[in-house]
Design a protein around this ligand. Structure first.
Ligand code: KG4
Ligand code: ZN
Length: 343
């Protein structure tokens, strides 16, 4: 049994976790920066980097204490090395490098998206490769065929906003505060999902990708018109988003197959979306798998687990590994057309 220390600092969550290859989270700490960023309605990179730098050392000590472990017990130190807000990523990666150097332990520079992509396997030991993954977070909206550790085929991505971003921006428009996803989901429970006419961008399109910018703009127009309640608008927005997800997944499933449909990333915490995806999986005779909520939003256990998977394959990184603001999971994937470019 091996033990991996994981560090996550790519956005507004500082997180540290100690996970073993037997899938046990021995200890973990997570500190949200919601209060620091809330007055600005979004994450301010400079504030995020400073907050990570202040918190990370005491959190590392706490996790080690909780687990009754020391650095000498760790078989590898894993940290998010990108993609994300570069100041924050550097804080976590440099901390991991210092620990790795001081304890003569291998470093694992983890792609944050790989952390999300493999997180369902931490929660479920029976989930095997390959699986079709919907990765939906604040920064990403992708359909991936996960064929193995480090083997990701991107089937679709967004040509403009990520879905979490659309949730956050719509919440801001409706004055629901930050972060928007959970607030929109809660309000949607009190509204009618069919009453507000909203677009389903790219629904039925020949290309495989997502688009959410037009949906967000429509939310803004409806809100300004004052014709509908926020509850109906939230419910109708969420339904439009679900319709887009299902349409694009059906398109992917018409070209590719896998035994399981898996959802990961912060937006996977949304129960309405989970329910719709589960029904889709059943229709396609696929198993549905979604990690527990705490593993969906950013956390360090998924980074440590991706480290466990890489450790098992003997894939380590050099101490001069540079933090990457951009880092696609599938470097072979063709660029999606940009917003505004005619298809
Ligand atoms: O994965 P994550 O924690 O961070 C990124 O890597 O982006 O995802 C955060 C995103 C935010 O946009 C947040 O609004 C969204 O996930 N989110 C949700 C829900 N909980 C979090 N979106 C919809 N419904 C939710 N319940
Ligand atoms: Zn994330």
């Amino acid at each position: 049994m091996s033990l991996v220390l994981g560090i996550e600092s790519s956005c507004d969550e500082t997180a540290v976790a100690l996970v073993d290859t037997g899938r046990v989270i021995r200890a973990e700490r997570i500190a949200s920066q919601i209060e620091e960023h809330a007055p600005y309605g979004g994450v301010v990179p400079e504030i995020a980097a400073r907050a990570h730098a202040e918190r990370i050392a005491p959190m590392l000590a706490d996790v080690m204490n909780d687990a009754g472990a020391s650095l000498a017990d760790c078989d590898a130190i894993a940290a998010t090395a990108g993609p994300g807000l570069i100041g924050g990523v550097m804080v976590g990666l440099v901390s991991a490098k210092a620990l790795a150097m001081a304890s003569d332990t291998p470093l694992l520079a983890i792609n944050h998206l790989e952390g999300h992509a493999l997180s369902p396997r931490l929660a479920d030991p029976t989930l095997e490769f390959p699986y079709m993954l919907l990765l939906v977070s604040g920064g990403h909206c992708q359909i991936l065929l996960v064929e193995g550790v480090g083997q990701y085929k991107r089937l679709a991505t967004t040509i403009d906003d990520a879905l979490g971003e659309a949730f956050d921006k719509s919440a801001k428009i409706m004055g629901l505060g930050y972060p928007g996803g959970p607030a929109v989901e809660k309000l949607a429970l009190q509204g009618d999902p069919q009453v507000v006419p909203l677009p389903r961008p790219l629904k039925g399109s020949k290309e495989p990708h997502f688009s959410f910018a037009g949906l967000k703009s429509a939310v803004s127009r409806v809100h300004q018109s004052g014709d509908h309640s926020n509850a109906d608008l939230a419910a109708s927005f969420q339904q439009a988003a679900i319709d887009c997800l299902l349409d694009r997944l059906r398109k992917a499933l018409s070209h590719h197959s896998a035994p399981a449909l898996v959802v990961a990333g912060g937006v996977a915490a949304n129960q309405a979306i989970r329910g719709a995806l589960e029904a889709l999986a059943t229709q396609h005779n696929m198993r549905f798998c979604a990690p527990p909520l705490a593993l969906c939003t950013d956390n360090a256990a998924m980074i440590a687990w991706a480290g466990c998977e890489r450790l098992a394959l003997g894939q380590f990184d050099a101490l001069d590994f540079a933090a990457r603001p951009r880092w696609p999971l599938d470097p072979q994937a063709q660029a999606a057309r940009g917003a505004g470019v005619k298809a």
